[in-house]
Design a protein around this ligand. Structure first.
Ligand SMILES: [Zn+2]
Length: 623
């Protein structure tokens, strides 16, 4: 890291020589005062936010996104020398907005110090190529403020400094880095409102690694595959490659993905690129036809080197954003317009590394700059199979690389022709999410009768729940068959058109198979619960009539069900003969018959959101 340290000093000399704000002698940050052994408390962010906005009222605004769970203000600095310090004027003048978020995981705090130092330098610099002349930097130095203030020297045992740092989760113990879709925290709800207001073209989320010990100092992850727009995917890849090149030219060793071991205890088994889902900021941005990058500094580099790496990453992002400014602005807006015609389009809502689905061929061999390692079959002290590293022995690992990413088949769906209907019973649950994400919807003012919809009927075995809660929620996976039905709707139902700029986000929230849909986060789980019961003696009576094909069943439930009784009896008898477990489980035997009756619970196992191929706002008679 010696080279980088030299570059670090060089950077400041260069910038300062260009400074015209010579009379401004800002106090050093706590990180600088402590020679990068410490990081400041949140007071420092508050103080700088106010001081800089007072010192440079035409260049800096100090704003508040909202409050944390513990009532702290989440500050943002809006910084630009373009003359635009408001979202509307940036949009009107075609000035790109770059959102930088530090401290999402507030123990990984390089991003705060790096972004503040870079911002201060850019404020001082009158250089003609100062990127602030052509863009708006929207900087949230610390997103997880409550976590930032729960400082301890024991918080990140897998990281080399600063001496004390904050916690990963919020005060409610939610991981903000997984909350972009569900937005269950006050912090994320404030951030989404902020993002809706500013509409950043590029978002950088600044983190520090938790994984492999290697010599690469930063990884940049992007997920352009989630976009349905070819030009945006291409530009995204260009910007990604451009940043990697710039970082390489500055002496860094960047990776273009966050590497994950196929076998956590054996680097030799190969390295995989995992696909993140829209709960992460960098994927979420893509659903809105924008760009997002997950930046991970390498945890075991010392704090000073990590800050320098982060500054260089930010500089690279600014340079690339400005280099592609015109085409990025044009293409992202075109993507918004094209999304107005996506009804009926076939789209992939999730992607998987093929390696995750079973044996796969590697996409190549990576020469990863690592260290010598040892795989212990019977590890010291604790036993078991574990890996250890000798960081005095640099080594290059030539190991199989798995980067083949494919659409996940069961989440490739055809979007509805018009949009989605949320019946009024579920409207209050869904509406806050539509509003938080800034989506367009209409509320039905009058009832509708016999509306043709597509409904998803789900079988019991097709609803699975993750055993352990995640983010305090019961993750749920739902399969079933969509089929045409007719339904009546009460006034107050919501219609969410798919043909809107953020139509892909609509689908990701409302299609149950999408990885971070409201359904996947368990919001509709009562739809699949048994909530009605029949007295035991009545169940026995009905079961006996069904088994015997008694005409009383015909009278009660009609011809169609009655005609199926012989077939059901045959299945039942076969299962009794074949499955000892079934034979002994008398509750399951009763359920076999009861679950086939419409009295069982007609609303059960109906996914509560419908697709529609025509807008219910036109062409239907209102009552
Ligand atoms: Zn992180």
């Amino acid at each position: 890291m010696k080279t980088l340290r030299v570059a670090f000093l060089g950077l400041w000399l260069t910038w300062l020589s260009c400074a015209t704000a010579a009379t401004w002698a800002p106090a050093p940050l706590q990180s600088e005062r402590s020679r990068f052994q410490e990081t400041g408390t949140y007071d420092e962010v508050e103080r700088l936010c106010v001081q800089w906005s007072q010192r440079f009222p035409h260049w800096v605004r100090c704003q508040t996104l909202g409050q944390t769970a513990e009532g702290r203000a989440i500050r943002a600095l809006v910084v630009s020398k373009s003359g635009a310090l408001q979202a509307a004027s940036a949009r009107r003048q075609n000035i790109p907005v770059m959102l930088v978020i530090g401290g999402t995981h507030s123990g990984e705090i390089d991003g705060k110090d790096a972004s503040l130092m870079l911002t201060r330098t850019l404020l001082q610099s009158s250089a003609a190529d100062n990127p602030l002349r052509q863009m708006v930097l929207v900087l949230v130095p610390v997103f997880n403020v409550d976590g930032h203030e729960r400082r301890s020297r024991f918080n990140r045992p897998n990281q080399n400094g600063p001496r004390e740092q904050g916690e990963r989760t919020t005060a409610q113990r939610i991981n903000l880095n997984r909350d972009w879709m569900l937005a269950q925290t006050p912090e994320m709800q404030a951030m989404l409102a902020w993002v809706n207001q500013w509409d950043p073209l590029l978002t950088l989320d600044l983190h520090v690694t938790d994984g492999i010990r290697y010599r690469h100092d930063v990884s940049l992850s992007m997920s352009p595959m989630f976009s349905e727009n070819t030009a945006l995917r291409q530009l995204s890849t260009q910007l990604h490659q451009g940043m990697l090149k710039r970082l390489g030219d500055m002496g860094h060793l960047p990776l273009d993905f966050y590497p994950v071991f196929n076998d956590l205890e054996d680097p030799g088994a190969g390295i995989m690129q995992e696909v993140e889902s829209p709960r992460f900021s960098h994927v979420y941005a893509v659903l809105k036809n924008r760009l997002g990058i997950l930046v991970e500094d390498y945890a075991w580099n010392d704090y000073a080197s990590r800050i320098q790496t982060c500054i260089d990453t930010l500089k690279s992002a600014m340079a690339e954003l400005l280099q592609h400014k015109q085409s990025l602005l044009k293409v992202s807006r075109l993507a918004d317009e094209q999304a107005l015609f996506w009804g009926g389009k076939l789209v992939a809502l999730d992607w998987r590394n093929v390696y995750e689905n079973g044996p796969a061929h590697p996409s190549g061999v990576i020469a990863l700059q690592g260290y010598r390692y040892e795989v212990h079959e019977d590890a010291p002290v604790v036993g078991g199979r574990r890996v250890s590293y000798d960081v005095t022995q640099p080594d290059v690992w030539h190991v199989p690389l798995y980067k083949n990413v494919r659409q996940s088949g069961d989440t490739t769906i055809r979007l509805p022709g018009a949009g989605y209907i949320v019946p009024v019973a579920w409207a209050s649950r869904v509406l806050p999410h539509l509003q938080r994400h800034g989506l367009r919807y209409s509320t039905l003012r009058a009832p509708l009768r016999a509306l043709t919809i597509e409904a998803l009927r789900v079988n019991d075995n097709d609803v699975t729940h993750e055993a352990t809660p995640f983010q305090g929620r019961q993750r749920t996976f739902v399969k079933g068959q969509w089929g045409a039905e007719q339904t009546d709707l009460r006034a107050g139902a919501l219609y969410v058109p798919i043909n809107q700029a953020k139509g892909l986000l609509v689908a990701h929230l409302l299609e149950p198979s999408a990885p971070d849909s409201l359904s996947s986060w368990g919001l509709f789980n009562t739809a699949y619960e048994i909530s009605d019961y029949v007295a035991g003696h009545r169940e026995l009576e009905l079961a006996r009539w069904m088994y015997a094909q008694d005409p009383k069943i015909l009278a009660l439930y009609g011809e169609t069900l009655y005609q199926q009784l012989p077939q059901w009896r045959q299945i039942y008898d076969e299962r009794l003969a074949r499955e000892p477990g079934f034979l002994e489980d008398t509750d399951a035997r009763m359920d076999f018959w009861m679950s086939r009756l419409p009295s069982f619970d007609p609303q059960r196992n109906l996914y509560p959101i419908y697709r529609v191929n025509q807008s219910p706002l036109t062409g239907h008679r209102r009552l």
